[in-house]
Design a protein around this ligand. Structure first.
Ligand code: ZN
Length: 344
């Protein structure tokens, strides 16, 4: 079990132990009207998502309701029943980003309850882009592989692994928010903080009175979440992510309520660790650019070190390695990397 650095501390040992055992807890009361509402993820490696409910006199407001399964609907129903509320009391569903383990059940829940669905304006555009047929066009992907300099003999395995269906359908939100907007819900003021990086329109929510910061998948206590998983063309996700980590400095003494794992304090330390994790790679790519000059993504990627070895990478994992290399390369070429790599 990976231990946490001393200054990143779980606020609830029960929550941390449950995550480490791969066990989902029932909803837990967090104070100030907030509840955590864990939901399950039917595929992949993570046991679940941490959604949150704010239960107020004006009804129930959800953050990241979870994957669209009947079991998760029952989980949310059970959580509300403990407070003598039901699904029909849900007024608002806010999603930090469009991934199926966060947005998944939101559309169905809106239909059942009439609640308002809230996402950022940028994420709305990202969702439209990733669910458009063009996002799954193998010819466009072949062009990308050619641009990356992938040898002919390796292209078809990548095209084959690329042909997976989208796990999220397009959903039209009732309200689109931008950085600085405030949602007044349940006697609380939830401030929208734009934190692009994990996706192009990811948001965090800050409650300055409760000193709670809802971070979705932008900041997790131990997991390094992926970068650029759903973005708009022309954006540079690695630099956006690093800016979005800096952006949270004013909340360093808040309790962090993430989208997975467990709640924790020690945001400054965790932000630093996530930045350092990515910048190590950016530094390696920058050094290769200095050494080799202007080469293809394939050439740079083949000279980096990979956990399973460069030769061990195939299919989706090869794609992922190439895409990561490209994102670091874009950050180096954008000129934005200098300030983070050489901060003085
Ligand atoms: Zn997630």
């Amino acid at each position: 079990m990976t231990s946490l650095p001393d200054d990143v501390v779980a606020v609830d040992e029960v929550e941390r132990e449950a995550w480490e055992a791969g066990r989902l807890l029932e909803a837990r009361e967090l104070g100030d009207g907030f509840w955590s509402v864990p939901t399950s993820i039917p595929e992949g490696t993570l046991p679940g998502t941490l959604g949150y409910a704010l239960i107020g006199d004006d009804g129930v407001h959800l953050i990241d309701p979870g994957w669209d399964t009947p079991e998760n609907l029952h989980r949310i129903e059970r959580a509300l029943a403990a407070e003598e509320r039901s699904l029909s009391d849900i007024r608002t569903i806010i999603v930090t980003h469009h991934h199926p383990d966060h947005l998944g059940i939101a559309g169905r829940m809106r239909t059942l309850t009439g609640a308002r669905l809230v996402m950022s304006a940028a994420e709305r555009s990202v969702l439209a882009a990733v669910t458009a047929p063009a996002a799954r066009d193998p010819e466009a992907y072949r062009d990308t592989l050619a641009r990356w300099g992938v040898p002919e003999g390796r292209r078809e395995e990548l095209v084959a692994s690329f042909a997976r269906p989208s796990l999220t359908g397009d959903v039209e939100p009732d309200l689109q928010v931008v950085d600085g907007d405030v949602l007044e819900l349940g006697g609380h003021r939830l401030e929208v903080i734009a934190t692009p990086g994990h996706t192009g329109g990811h948001i965090c929510l800050a409650d300055r009175a409760s000193r709670f910061l809802f971070t979705g998948d932008h900041v997790l206590p131990r997991i390094y979440s992926g970068v650029g998983i759903g973005i708009l063309a022309g954006t540079e996700p690695m630099g956006d992510l690093l800016s979005s980590l800096d952006r949270l400095a004013e909340f360093d003494d808040f309790t962090v309520l993430p989208g997975h794992e467990f709640r924790f304090v020690g945001l400054a330390s965790r932000r630093g660790a996530i930045s350092a994790h990515h910048l190590r790679r950016t530094g390696e790519v920058a050094a290769l650019v200095t050494k080799l000059g202007d080469r293809s993504v394939w050439t740079y990627a083949s000279r980096l070190t990979w956990t399973s070895g460069w030769r061990g990478l195939d299919g989706f994992w090869l794609h992922s390695a190439l895409r990561q290399t490209e994102m670091h390369l874009e950050l180096v070429r954008s000129g934005r990397a200098q300030g983070w790599l050489n901060p003085d």
